[in-house]
Design a protein around this ligand. Structure first.
Ligand code: FAD
Length: 186
């Protein structure tokens, strides 16, 4: 078994309700589950959601990618789940991301216009467009919900490294406060 990259497209079954920060709540929950689960399986990838369509790239050990893909396929938040391509890889393209989410709205608009496409419909992509889309996903900045909070949708660019740094800072601050309080009580 080796590493593979699997790319698929699907159509959302929910009615879009973007919040004031522009992140669809269903998509936010999907991202949180992905970021919780994928690291345990050494899976990485990228997700784009636009015009009612998902476009996702999954990378990892072949068995694990296929197991996850089968689970995703059964998710009733989307349908028409269609594999676009699958290939063996030597290296991860999304190495640092359990699931990168890129709202590439301006870039995608330019990308589609360049190719004479009216909306984001990955089912209509030819092979070159699909690969160009994966590359765009890889290069774009992540914008994703903060992990662990269903209601907290963070509009900042947050990488796993930044999240770890935030947790460390929070732990240090709590430690300092605890020492100050115990010192005060003695
Ligand atoms: P849970 O903690 O059970 O669910 C997380 C949240 O999603 C909860 O709020 C729950 O209410 C809601 N939810 C879960 N399943 C459904 C459902 N079928 N319909 C409606 N709401 C639901 N999962 C991954 O682990 N990694 C991925 O990369 C990934 N990518 C996805 C991409 C797409 C386009 C979609 C639609 C789903 C994706 N999922 C992914 C979600 C996957 O289908 C499963 O829902 C998830 O893996 C279940 O994991 P869990 O038991 O930890 O989630």
């Amino acid at each position: 078994m080796g590493l593979i990259r699997l790319v698929y497209a699907s159509e959302a079954t929910f009615d879009e309700q973007p919040d004031e920060q522009g992140i669809e709540p269903h998509v936010g929950r999907i991202l949180m589950a992905s970021r919780r689960n994928n690291p345990n399986l050494d899976l990485v990838g990228g997700l784009y959601y636009g015009d009612g369509h998902f476009f996702q790239c999954l990378e990892g050990e072949s068995d694990r990618v296929h197991d996850l893909y089968n689970r995703i396929r059964d998710d009733e938040r989307h349908h028409k789940v269609t594999p676009l391509f699958e290939e063996p890889i030597d290296d991860y393209a999304f190495e640092d991301w359990s699931m990168k989410y890129v709202p590439l709205d301006a870039s995608v608009a330019a990308f589609l216009k360049q190719r004479g496409l009216k909306g984001f419909d990955p089912f209509a992509f030819d092979s070159a467009t699909t690969r160009a889309m994966v590359d765009m996903l890889r290069r774009g900045s992540d914008r994703a919900p903060a992990i662990g909070s269903a209601d907290s949708l963070d509009t900042d660019t947050v990488s796993p490294g930044m999240e770890r740094a935030g947790l460390i800072v929070a732990a240090v601050v709590i430690g300092v406060v605890a020492i100050a309080v115990s010192w005060f009580l003695i």
